[in-house]
Design a protein around this ligand. Structure first.
Ligand code: OXD
Ligand code: MN
Length: 581
């Protein structure tokens, strides 16, 4: 037993006073036992075991259905270290305000100790966490989302370097809900929520917020990015990462199925949400996926939009807040099957299709093992990761932003990521559809001052002699009737094809004020259900449109004061000159 882990667990047990302490080893026997317990206590409901073996439904508290960004804090010693885009709480205030919520919080409950590994087994890039939680739902989900149990303790050995992740459901009241991150002491406290992004502490809290600070100190990047492999018909293998805000199609893009009209292309999935990026000795950028599962948005997932996800979630999957059919299977808005009589909604109430209410919560989720994905990459478990040819930055934008364009340099690409803005989704509480700044899709997940984060991006770029190409994409432009113009999904491969041609020194493009834009004939539309004329529209750059964007970018960079790197101002000023010209 690692003495540092043991000591911390003893301290937390003394603080939270659970009835019993259970150390989790990650075994199949343990999974079966904990699942049985969760069924007995009503935390999980078995689904139809013939049609969906190993699948369960969880219904959360109705006030606990998404990430709560306003209750999420970075507890660095100085406010400036957290920066203007994070909520900050001093460590002393956290001790006063949040720590007492853990006092006696596990009385009458079981305290589970969950050692977990983020990243492939045997990788020097992987990190160990230990989550202490009083939620059996969290334990069962952590077993899917991470490499849990002995494997993590083996990786840690006798060392002291692990993230201390303390979680309690508390009383689930949003008034007593806090998600606190302590980058200096490598610690996370989460109380009052059982929702994935707030409670599965390996995911957003460790693999993004804490990891981003480790990356800053150690010279790498923790990013909100999918990783996919693309094999061209000529047999050339490329890996691409893509940063998109929550619920903007990362899982769908990561599991893309090439359209029938593009034979010979092959897509494999390395990750759908998080990438840890390291500059390699060869001057390239290398990526690992720290996660072992998918925590995907259910609504909109179907055999049409994402057949690989649908096949992944047929077995051994935990569904949260989806609708239940009378035959014990599940349903959500956008499912292939039509809704049936007698369904229960996500809160377990009879659902009336005429009511206009959603049957599944818009942020209902599936938690599924990545290894079950039919297109999982053989490199998913490679300790070295995969070398990256291209980075995409995408967001949900109804207007202005073209389908795709390429940055000129790493610095320009960093600027394209930094100025990303997207319409909000149901993945976080708050209004949906409001345009907000979301640099690198990391605004809610960066554990330190985002001005310094942008500097760090530039520093990492300096270490790359063969940097990936950087591209902005936008699948979400709409017509005057509000309908998406670009078909998306499998057809996104047409954009990827141009992207990779550019990375290989080909691909026709014109230089515009904002970057390299494909010529209208450069995108392969063979067999696509979209007219060339529409694609021309999607590629249009109207310089006048960018005047307003420039104003907003300026305001944004000013927020960070002296922390905004000079390189970002340089890109901003050059864009202003080009737009004016
Ligand atoms: C997620 C999110 O759950 O981004 O991945 O909210
Ligand atoms: Mn995410």
């Amino acid at each position: 037993m690692n003495t540092h882990v043991k000591k911390w667990v003893d301290e937390i047990a003394a603080l939270t006073t659970p009835d019993r302490v259970v150390w989790c080893d990650g075994s199949e026997e343990e999974r079966a036992r904990l699942t049985e317990e969760a069924v007995k206590t009503g935390v999980l409901m078995p689904l139809n075991q013939e049609k969906m073996p190993g699948c369960y439904l969880h219904r959360s508290d109705s006030s606990d259905v998404a990430r709560t960004e306003h209750l999420t804090f970075i507890c660095s010693p100085k406010e400036e270290e957290a920066g203007p885009t994070n909520n900050w709480m001093s460590p002393a205030d956290a001790d006063k305000k949040v720590l007492p919520l853990f006092k006696g919080a596990m009385k009458g409950r079981t305290m589970y100790v969950v050692p977990f590994l983020m990243g492939p087994v045997g990788s020097k890039f992987s990190k160990v966490g230990v989550e202490i939680t009083d939620s059996v739902y969290v334990v069962i989900n952590m077993r899917i989302m991470t490499r849990m149990g002995q494997v993590a303790l083996d990786h840690l050995g006798s060392g002291e370097e692990f993230t201390r992740c303390l979680h309690s459901l508390g009383d689930l009241s949003p008034d007593r809900r806090f998600i606190c991150h302590f980058p200096q002491k490598n610690e996370i406290w989460s109380v009052g929520s059982g929702y994935g992004g707030n409670a599965l502490l390996g995911k957003k809290c460790l693999a993004l917020r804490i990891a981003s600070t480790l990356g800053q100190r150690q010279g790498w990047l923790a990013e909100h990015m999918l990783i996919l492999g693309v094999k061209t018909p000529a047999g050339k293998m490329h890996y691409v990462t893509g940063a998109f805000p929550s619920a903007c199609g990362k899982t769908n893009l990561a599991m893309l199925v090439p359209p029938a009209s593009m034979p010979g292309w092959e897509i494999t999935t390395v990750g759908d949400d998080i990438a840890w990026l390291h500059p390699g000795d060869d001057g390239r950028l290398w990526a690992i996926n720290p996660e072992a599962g998918f925590f995907g948005v259910a609504p909109g997932t179907s055999m049409k939009t994402n057949p690989n996800a649908m096949r992944t979630i047929r077995t051994n999957t935990i569904f949260t807040n989806v609708a239940l059919k009378p035959d014990g299977t599940v349903w959500w808005e956008g499912h292939d099957d039509p809704p049936v009589e007698g369904m229960l909604d996500w809160q377990g109430k009879p659902w009336d299709p005429k009511s206009g209410d959603k049957a599944a919560h818009p942020n209902s989720r599936f938690t599924a093992p990545a290894a079950q994905c039919p297109c999982i990459s053989p490199e998913f478990t490679n300790p070295n990761g995969v070398p990256i040819s291209a980075i995409l930055f995408g967001a949900r934008r109804q207007r202005r932003v073209p389908l795709v364009f390429q940055a000129e340099t790493w610095q320009h690409g960093t600027f394209l990521g930094a100025t990303l803005a997207s319409e909000t989704t149901a993945a976080a509480t708050g209004k949906v559809g409001v345009l907000r700044r979301d640099s690198m899709a990391m605004q809610p997940f960066c554990g330190y001052n985002m001005g310094d984060y942008l500097s760090h991006w530039l520093e990492v770029g300096q270490k790359l002699t063969k940097p990936p190409g950087i591209f902005r994409v936008n699948w979400f432009r709409t017509d005057p009737d509000g309908k998406f113009i670009w078909p998306g999904f499998g057809d996104n491969l047409r954009v990827l094809k141009w992207v990779l041609e550019r990375c290989d020194g080909g691909g026709k493009a014109v230089k515009t004020a904002i970057g390299w834009v494909p010529t209208a004939d450069a995108i392969d539309l063979d067999g696509a259900a979209i007219e060339r004329k529409q694609v021309e529209e999607l590629l249009e750059v109207d310089a006048a449109d960018w005047h307003e964007a420039l104003e907003l970018q300026k305001e944004y960079f000013e927020k960070f004061g002296s922390h905004t790197p000079g390189g970002m101002w340089k890109e901003h000023n050059e864009l202003a000159k080009r737009v004016a010209a």
